[in-house]
Ligand binder design. Sequence first.
Ligand SMILES: Cc1ncc(COP(=O)(O)O)c(C=O)c1O
Length: 493
Amino acid sequence: MSAENSSSGSESTPSRTPPSFQDLVRDAMRQHKHEKESEAHQIFRNAAGHKPKGVIPQTVNPDEETVPGIEHPGSTGVIYCSDRAMANGFNYANSHEWANLGQGAPEVGPIPNAPSRPDSIPMPVDSLEYAPTTGVKELREAVAHLYNDTYRKDKASKYTYENVCIVPGGRAGLSRVAAVIGDVYTSYQIPDYTAYDQVLSAFKRLVPVPTALDIKSKYKLDIEQTKKDIRTQGLAVILASNPRNPTGQVIKGHDLKELVSLGREGTTTILDEFYSWYIYPEHESGYGKSISAAKYVEDVNQDSTVIIDGLTKNWRLPGWRVCWVVGPKNLITALSQSGSFLDGGANHPMQLAAIPLLDPARVALEKVALQRHFKAKRDHVLARLHDLGLDVDLPPSSTFYIWLNLAQLPEPLNNGLVFFEELLKFKTIVIPGIFFDINPAHRRNLFNSPCHHFVRLSFGPPIEDLDRGLDAIGLVLKKAKRNGSANFGHGYV
Ligand SMILES: Cc1ncc(COP(=O)(O)O)c(C=O)c1O
């Protein structure tokens, strides 16, 4: 059965037949302004852990007994989207028939002019033991060396292995860091990486303080305003992804220098730099440059700048679960303690296998190859979106995400969650913008979210997948032109 056939039967209703009562109701629904009247939003609210706060306990099946003391934290947006895709027929066996522009994963196969991909892992007997919770010393040294070589050649203060903690993935790194943040105001911005929502709400001591970034100022973090907030609100910690997921914008140069300087004035700055190589230069001379706060840190043990990165995106090895946190020695000892009860450390053989991948000469080749390949994909997707009449307000200068504003489309297609559900009918996954509206209290009407009209498209996958997804977007838009929008917003499985 084709994707088109698998959608609601009402799509084939000739437009000349008089409107039925159901059609009238649907027409009225198109005017809806509250999530309660949107089927796509109600499906989301009914998934365990996604009810507005205060409506607990929550279970997967409301008829089931609740488990005493257990509360669903809510899955991250990306996982919710995969679950919805599975409900619509997606599975790992048929995933090649789908275009997954949702999951934030880079393609992992060979790309032109990059060093060959690792294809086997040695397993010396020692590697069968636990690794230390801070990681294998040689890998910590290799990480420190890479940062010194790339960003700190001119600095007297250099990172050593004692400034590096190896962690089993970026989210494990974020959780280890969040677990050691005390009873303080922790600032984050909207929109940003979806997992911050759960991470910030799971560790109850810290108090999350959101700041909304505005498209009018190109989603730029206002450093002067941040300095004021530090003074007036007493912010102690600032968390941001840089380059930023999902907007594809980056804090660099003077702004990054200023942000890092906050770490010398009593505010801890946590920079999640998972996309630090995904920088798309305008000129040939720009290839091979990456961006990190490490360039602006003066004293590696005095400046409270914390950097999180790893093999997941830059090395295109998300399955390895080998990542790191770089920061003052005193932070690393705290992370060793939180790791000792949170995750127990990264996989030992994979840590050993990672060491040669951090060789600066190899990294230099990887970076250029990756930037050329992903820039070409970005330009291709932007051009195809333009042909579909979907120009991007703010094309990404970094990451592999496009933050697409749907506000110009007819209702209800102009809301990210409905657009997502409609694309599932055509075997394509994107991520509705609301999942980047980090709102740990889950209290508001989702229609009021500043991210309501957006979806995030990933150009991480290979170009064939991107084209399949773009074809699907074209089909949804064609369907809207042909039949109007009455057929959208309902009939979801
Ligand atoms: C900004 C950012 N940080 C961290 C991660 C997570 O990394 P990992 O998959 O290693 O947990 C992601 C993944 O999407 C991300 O986008």
